[in-house]
Design a protein around this ligand. Structure first.
Ligand SMILES: Cc1ncc(COP(=O)(O)O)c(C=O)c1O
Length: 381
């Protein structure tokens, strides 16, 4: 693991994005240079690019245990979630959506928009005090709904890390004939996912969350669902998403997924220890620390979200940490720094606090955690 030299920045915002793995870059380079052909061209340059895309699709499908025809490459998590939700309403006849108030804005703003336009009836499932979805309430909602329902719930929350029992939710959806979209942006590349074992219709991923490149992701669409094209134009992505493919991005996504799953046991163990170490150190030094989310085995091993009591010293904490070369966030990348605070924290607690999300990767070290805790002590201790 990477050691941190003095004065180097400490990056603990890996839920926002991760640095590219050099091995991923190496796999991408030929497609940025010599293999530049348009995959739709019939001559050899084109065929080489086409082959790279289809091999990447097969590799991804193998990792997720699904059929290659169920994998569509997109620009990332936002596009994938928008597509799944809109297609459920437009093509699958969903008139009712069950979601939660702690979804990523890619989901939340999409379902709210559909409800505002009068296309769906939107309901939010209750949350438990620790931020987990109340499954009993979910079942009650499913029992009551009339018409086709879409359940859109995230597999892991990007701010507090809480994991959804995805298998159980999938079974409930099956029992009540609902379509199930799971935002798996924080779990693909971080946990083995077996799509033959989970009753889910759509899942999403973004390569930059697991040391792949930005601007590329995927949407899994269960075979036989019968959704219609999302972008019209050429025949790319089997006529579903037109536009010349992001070849090097797609190659990078597949390589990043392959690497992360090959090293899953070792890396997840390492990162979880680091998260637990940080929690222990913070609890030892800050007796008024609030832990947001469950921060246990039912939460992402990569995320630790804690709250400090609001004081003059903590109010500018994110900025003070930045001035000390420490990169963390107050929530998701888009809400960090926003004066409205985090919609996730606001949905689960009334406690006045300054929330900080630390999120870890294989490149972080215990020495970095020590340095951050020392800095926090200096700033607010
Ligand atoms: C849970 C979750 N869903 C969706 C997204 C959106 O992904 P992207 O920014 O790659 O479109 C993110 C990114 O922060 C996320 O964490």
């Amino acid at each position: 693991m990477m050691a941190t030299a003095k004065n180097q920045r400490i990056y603990l915002d890996n839920a926002a994005t991760t640095p590219l793995d050099p091995k991923v870059l190496e796999a991408m380079m030929p497609y940025l240079q010599e293999h530049f052909g348009n995959p739709s061209s019939i001559y050899s340059y084109g065929r080489e690019s086409r082959m790279a895309i289809e091999n990447a699709r097969k590799a991804v499908a193998q990792q997720l245990n699904c059929h290659p025809s169920e994998v569509f490459f997109t620009s990332g998590g936002t596009e994938s979630s928008n597509t799944a939700i809109n297609a459920s309403v437009r093509d699958l006849g969903c008139t009712h959506i069950i979601s939660s108030k702690i979804e990523h804005h890619a989901t939340l703003h999409t379902v709210e928009h559909l409800a505002k336009e009068g296309k769906v009836n939107l309901q939010f499932v209750n949350l438990l005090p620790n931020g987990h979805v109340n499954l009993k309430h979910l079942q009650e909602l499913l029992e009551q709904t009339q018409g086709k329902t879409l359940v859109t719930l995230m597999h892991a929350n990007n701010e507090i890390g809480n994991l959804l029992p995805i298998q159980k939710v999938g079974e409930l959806c099956k029992q009540y004939g609902a379509i199930f979209h799971a935002d798996t942006v924080q779990t693909v590349g971080h946990y083995p996912i077996d799509l033959k074992e989970i009753n889910v219709d759509f899942i999403t991923a973004a390569a930059h969350k697991f040391h792949g490149p930005k601007g590329v992701g995927l949407l899994f669409v269960r075979n036989g669902l019968g959704i219609k094209p999302f972008i019209h134009g050429g025949g790319q992505e089997r006529n579903m998403r037109a536009g010349t493919e992001n070849i090097y991005g797609i190659v990078g996504l597949a390589k990043a997924l392959e690497l992360s799953m090959a090293e899953y046991a070792k890396e997840s163990f390492y990162i979880e220890q680091l998260r637990n170490y940080m929690l222990t150190q913070l609890q030892k030094n800050f007796n008024k620390l609030i832990v947001n989310g469950s921060a246990d085995e039912n939460a992402l091993y990569t995320v630790l979200n804690v709250g400090f009591p609001k004081t003059e010293k903590t109010e500018m904490l994110l900025m003070s940490l930045d001035m000390n070369h420490i990169c963390v966030s107050g929530g998701s990348a888009c809400s960090s720094g926003a004066s409205v605070g985090s919609h996730v924290i606001n949905a689960i607690t009334q406690q006045e606090q300054v929330p900080i999300r630390f999120s870890f990767s294989k490149y972080n070290t215990e020495a970095e955690v020590d340095a951050v805790v020392e800095c926090l002590k200096k700033l607010i201790g």
